[in-house]
Design a protein around this ligand. Structure first.
Ligand SMILES: Cc1cc2nc3c(=O)[nH]c(=O)nc-3n(C[C@H](O)[C@H](O)[C@H](O)COP(=O)(O)O)c2cc1C
Length: 191
């Protein structure tokens, strides 16, 4: 067995904003020494299940649509019931990120959904591990974790702007930090 940690980022993105974050998460994992791969789950029939099976950690990403994961992400979750039946992802690390247009937008529900899903799969949930930013007179929207999440990484994309502009750099950096944290945790977990 190779010592190098493998991190897979399993994500759906309808309009590209969450995809930018998926790439940031993967970059963060790679910067921390892991091999990272992004796996689109937009079409449950063509998901790269092998890449997910080979990973030491899977980081889930979905936009928040109607206060929960997107329909496509939920279809992927349901399609993974075969993996669940076989305990295929048991003891892998898991984490999550989400993005929506409102500051809250009920993103917490999406991360909770992902963490319960990971628990059902017998996975071990890794939190964001960054103190809340932008919550004092000294804070700013440029802070890491500017939306103050603990369970996973949250991002906010203005509804009238494309993924080349929004979410802002602070959210991309927060996603990158999540990828690095999971890669480091997976390295320790693997020893
Ligand atoms: C069907 C639908 C439902 C949405 N529901 C929410 C929501 O509950 N809360 C919110 O803040 N934004 C909501 N949005 C906005 C998206 O979360 C936002 O546009 C996000 O950046 C889309 O990410 P994507 O480009 O990766 O699909 C919704 C958008 C769509 C299309």
């Amino acid at each position: 067995m190779s010592d190098q940690v493998k991190v897979a980022v399993a994500y759906h993105s309808g309009y590209g904003h969450t995809e930018v974050l998926a790439q940031a998460v993967a970059a963060g994992a790679e910067n921390a020494g892991a091999v990272a791969v992004t796996v689109s789950v937009a079409d449950a029939d063509t998901v790269n299940w092998d890449a997910l099976a080979e990973a030491d950690a899977i980081i889930f990403g979905s936009p928040t649509y109607m206060g929960s994961v997107s329909g496509q992400f939920k279809t992927f979750m349901d399609a993974s019931s075969k993996v669940w039946a076989e305990g295929g992802w048991k003891d892998k690390l898991a984490a999550g990120f989400t993005n929506s247009s409102s500051q809250s937008g009920d993103k917490l529900n999406t991360l909770q959904q992902m963490s319960i899903y990971a628990a059902q799969q017998g996975m071990i949930w890794v939190s964001l591990g960054i103190m809340p930013g932008n919550n004092s007179s000294q804070g700013s929207t440029e802070d890491l974790n500017r939306l103050g999440s603990f369970l996973g990484a949250m991002a906010q994309s203005n509804a009238d702007e494309g993924a080349e502009v929004t979410p802002p750099q602070s959210d991309r950096d927060t996603a990158q930090a999540l990828g690095a944290r999971v890669a480091a945790a997976a390295k320790r977990w693997k020893q």
